[in-house]
Design a binder for this molecule. Sequence first.
Ligand code: ADP
Ligand code: MG
Length: 688
Amino acid sequence: MFDLATRDIKYLSGVGPQRASVLNKELGIYSLHDLLYYFPYKYVDRSRIYYIQEIDGTMPYIQLKGEILSFETAGEGRQRRLIAHFSDGTGVVDLVWFQGIKYLVGKYKVHQEYIVFGKPTFFNGRINMAHPDIDSASDLKLSSMGLQPYYNTTEKMKRSSLNSHAIEKMMNTVVQQLREPLPETLSPAILAEHHLMPLTEALVNIHFPANPDLLRKAQYRLKFEELFYVQLNILRYAKDRQRKYRGYIFERVGEVFNTFYSRNLPFELTNAQKRVLKEIRKDVGSGKQMNRLLQGDVGSGKTLVALMSMLMALDNGFQACMMAPTEILANQHYETIRELLYGMEVRVELLTGSVKGKRREAILVGLLTGDIHILIGTHAVIEDTVNFASLGLVVIDEQHRFGVAQRARLWTKNVQPPHVLVMTATPIPRTLAMTLYGDLDVSVIDELPPGRKPIVTLHQFDSRRISLYQSMHKQIAEGRQVYIVYPLIKESEKIDLKNLEEGYLHVCEEFPECRVCKVHGKMKPAEKDAQMQLFVSGEAQIMVATTVIEVGVNVPNASVMVIENAERFGLSQLHQLRGRVGRGEHQSYCIFINGSGKKEALERLNILCKSNDGFLIANEDLKLRGPGDFFGVRQSGDFEFRLGDIMNDANILKQASEAVELILNEEVEISDKQCKIIIEYENDSINI
Ligand code: ADP
Ligand code: MG
């Protein structure tokens, strides 16, 4: 049989060992199967040709058919560019390139018919198209082109000429070979029940859809398949857990908890915090293992709930552990919790990758003897060498960064699994959370601590920068700190990083009195932490960053969040970013700089200017983007699915989990092939 999984990508025509190695490293593509499952992130309708006279200022990518009248070079240094005056008889467009000038002049001929494809923009009264795609008109059969797929590529790939076009060509070669259908991965009953397109047809159509309808059907089928296996995994695992494990019983509320409550607690708990603590108390006393998801908007006070739950464990003779996704966050929790427990006889230690040598040894021993009561750390706490005397409760902060497989590793630390509390600020509608997590109960903190000054949220066009900078100077002079965030989108990492670097230099010039630190995802962790630390300690007044600061950073003194090109972020992401300010007693501000000037962008940003409620925003986001947003760039979300998107595909998720329930309840046998796929998904450790 034609087995795609075993066919090495390097033997595909046009690939070879060098490009194969780039594909391995950059995208994890090793086989033809991997390649086929690398899906486009957008499609562009190439079935229509526009006339130049039709072009107005609002058009997305379009194609034109005509000829180059003449070439011209203009500008100096970095501004040097090649301009080709292109006409179809109804007008002229300037095609502009900033790179590869010599090559281009040799490649394209004057007075030959070409099809150019790009985004038209107006500049000084002329229509421009920067770095367009050009094909000879005789090479393209337009009627059969339909929707053209676009694939994400990285800078390293582009250096090996592996751009979207190249991937498209490779994909085409593979699809041509799919004469024999691939083995179906869903049972005939499920296919029929849910009207799903057969696998092979779906794979062909997701890459080369003849029309939007076929594309939708293909996407539906493949999303269904993905979510089906994710659900099968989760629900099977949940059943297994319920069958196998009993939970520790914390029956006492004892000295540690009570001392903390009466002597150390710096403020009154909010009603929501009290309610959630009651829910947790009930769980840990029930004899079943707790597995609870705690959702609470940024700043709602989840840490305190975590700490008080841990104290319940301590009162019953158990240890507790809290895990954060980054060193910075782990450090922060450690400091906060030590401060909150001041004067109490509770030993708290911090374990991260940078705790080494003797210090690490001492911690490992302390955990085994039970001298350490609370351990706070990063992934380092789930390493095999870390063992507890009696671990009773684990808290996982910002849990979406940890996969199911990682969570499972926690239970193997004990014969009996500890209670688990996972905390997240990602606002997922409750019903969706229940389906998605399957085995988790959900608690919600739906109230902010009293006395918070609402963050003043504004949106501003680029032109108002000067007055914005004046306000920033003023805040900094008053002792506050400022974040400036730049978007980072995979499609053009290099340009984005350039934006960040240029922004950084610009900010340094504009704010000579300040120390400015800089953080982005491409930095080495140690370097990143060092820069973050500068801001946390207050040595730096301004932090220029990409979205890496999105999760959990707590600098109460920071009062201004400026987000550049805010129109390029998803609403929920903007809300998370905004949550980095307004954490202290100072009036805080969030300023969205809108680089597009478009009406829709304005409407979207206005939702945030009006509301501070994460759940409302998530729902609005969903409404605005709508399920049919297949031309759009996918929002880089918290849940990494290949294709499915739990916000937009809630309905498919529901269908898929119903199908899974049927299988699990009726104990329908699953085929070997399905077992194999489940294992692959498990190994992929899809982040949930
Ligand atoms: P998050 O839910 O985003 O993790 P934190 O736990 O970091 O929020 O809490 C945000 C801030 O609110 C902290 O400075 C914390 O001390 C404070 N806080 C938490 N609970 C209360 C409360 N009940 N009353 C007043 N302030 C509180
Ligand atoms: Mg937090």
